[in-house]
Design a binder for this molecule. Structure first.
Ligand code: GLN
Length: 477
């Protein structure tokens, strides 16, 4: 993005030209990809004209003033619908912008539109959108991953230079890996959740998706920061871009947890991730095996908690306050009809499961138990981060699967096997492409670091990205 920022600052390109270019790409290619739910041509062009005027006056709002962005449709935006890809919120307009959207606007970024997702961010393939599926730009018969599949596909197909996604159990990282782009889940509390439609409030985080680590870091620096409207927002949230990047990883210890390389991981995925670990070693990092013994329970724990929190968060869709209302004889019938017609299968499944794990007779056996295992998973990471600075794993067990391939919800949930740990513990995690499988589908490597070590992930990520490019150029990847 530095290049674009440079071109804007020297007048080689204008924001209007940039926005028109991306709108053209969307017009010609989004018909087959389906990344967007809503495109705001007028709004984006208007913001671009304002950005150009500021440049001409020598007063850009930021180095990125005028570079457009796409926003996942569970993040509130004034003047554009916010539907969460649900019938429940069809045509719903938020009266306010999310904090992250305010921040993007303060930096001068025109918003191209809202991207597709699994309904209420529940899913791993974007097939659960109530509107349409999104296709993987690398192979249109395959899913882009989810739930931020629209944002991932938009960036991968060049329909937007960067985008916001959200990640509760892996929804930024898994689609980023499937689409061959960079995705970042910040430390919990680093980015405000104000104006993000809640799925599981103890894990939800908004984060950047972009073509390179550097771009993801720049977008992260624009959205990170404390916010009094989000009580879980951290006071040390602000992120300042580093002036200089070290040229090696001398003194950095990298842990490789065995648990993330067995059981169900495609051979090619494991091999490419191990090759990336070798490159980190080549950069001067010290690599050692570690163990995260409770991580094998991450997905069960995550599912218990995500359904519990979702069932509570989604109680607000009652036909009275937001979106859909189905007329019926009395209030009880209206609630029932509205929720029956407004929610899709996966959302209903999770509300029912979540209600079950929270019932008086079962919450100790399920919800409380999951809270305890969450503490153990968090402790595993605390122990690990006493020995190492970074943990490297595959982002996903496999590459992108076919549309319609995963009919069994359990199989779908296993996509997040390696990503959910970071959400449960609240630590930051970055995914970046590290080669392709035999079919040419992208493979992602995940880097995790301790709380508030987001910057270390970007530094290591940038160096690894460069090393991967060099290895690729000489055919070593
Ligand atoms: N795919 C996961 C799920 O279905 C993660 C969702 C998310 O991170 N929003 O819950």
């Amino acid at each position: 993005m530095n290049e674009l920022a440079q071109k804007l600052s020297t007048g080689q390109v204008t924001s209007v030209e940039l926005v028109e270019y991306y709108l053209d790409q969307i017009r010609s290619r989004d018909g087959e990809i389906g990344a967007f739910l809503h495109v705001d041509e007028q709004g984006a062009l208007e913001s671009a004209r304002a950005a150009d005027a500021r440049r001409r006056a020598g007063r850009p709002l930021s180095p990125w003033d005028g570079i457009p962005v796409a926003v996942k449709d569970n993040i509130c935006t004034v003047g554009m619908p916010t539907t969460c890809a649900s019938r429940m919120l069809r045509g719903y307009y938020s009266p306010f912008d999310a904090e992250v959207v305010e921040r993007l606007k303060q930096a001068g970024l025109p918003i191209l539109g809202k991207t597709n997702l699994d309904e209420f961010a529940m899913g791993s393939s974007t097939e659960y959108s109530a509107y349409h599926v999104t296709r993987n730009p690398h192979d249109l018969s395959r899913v882009p991953g989810g739930s931020s599949g629209g944002s991932a596909a938009a960036v991968a197909a060049g329909l937007a230079p960067w985008a916001l996604g959200t990640d509760t159990g892996g929804s930024i990282r898994q689609p980023a890996a499937f689409c061959g782009i960079v995705g970042f889940k910040p430390t919990y509390g680093r980015v405000s959740r104000w104006g993000l439609v809640a799925l599981a409030s103890s894990m939800d985080q908004i984060g950047p998706m972009a073509a390179t680590v550097e771009d993801a870091e720049a977008l992260f620096s624009l959205i990170a920061g404390g916010d009094h409207r989000d009580s879980t927002s951290a006071p040390q949230a602000e992120y300042v871009l580093p002036e200089e990047i070290p040229d090696c990883l001398e003194g950095v210890r990298v842990g490789v947890p065995e648990e993330f390389f067995g059981n169900g991981v495609a051979e090619e995925v494991a091999a490419k991730v191990k090759a990336a670990v070798k490159l980190l070693e080549g950069l001067g990092a010290e690599v050692r095996p570690i163990s995260l013994p409770h991580s094998t329970y991450a997905i069960d724990t995550y599912l218990t908690l995500v359904t519990a929190e979702a069932s509570s968060n989604l109680a607000r869709y009652d036909g009275v306050r937001y979106g859909l209302r189905v007329a019926a004889a009395d209030a009880a019938a209206m609630f029932k009809q509205t929720r029956t017609q407004g929610f899709g299968h996966e959302v209903k499944r999770r509300i029912m499961l979540g209600t079950y794990v929270l019932t008086a007779s079962h919450h100790e056996a399920y919800y409380q138990q999951a809270c305890k295992v969450r503490a153990l998973i968090t402790q595993d990471l605390e122990n690990a981060f006493r020995q190492v600075h970074l943990i490297v794993t595959p982002t996903t067990p496999s590459t992108a699967f076919r549309i319609g391939e995963k009919q069994d919800p359990l199989q779908m949930y296993l996509s997040d096997q390696f990503t959910a740990t970071a959400n449960l513990a609240g630590v930051p995690a970055l995914t970046m492409p590290c080669g392709r499988d035999k079919l040419g589908l992208p493979i992602g490597v995940q880097l995790m670091a301790d709380h508030f070590q987001d910057g270390l992930l970007f530094t290591a990520g940038r160096l690894l990205e460069r090393a991967l490019k060099e290895a690729e150029a000489v055919g070593q990847l």
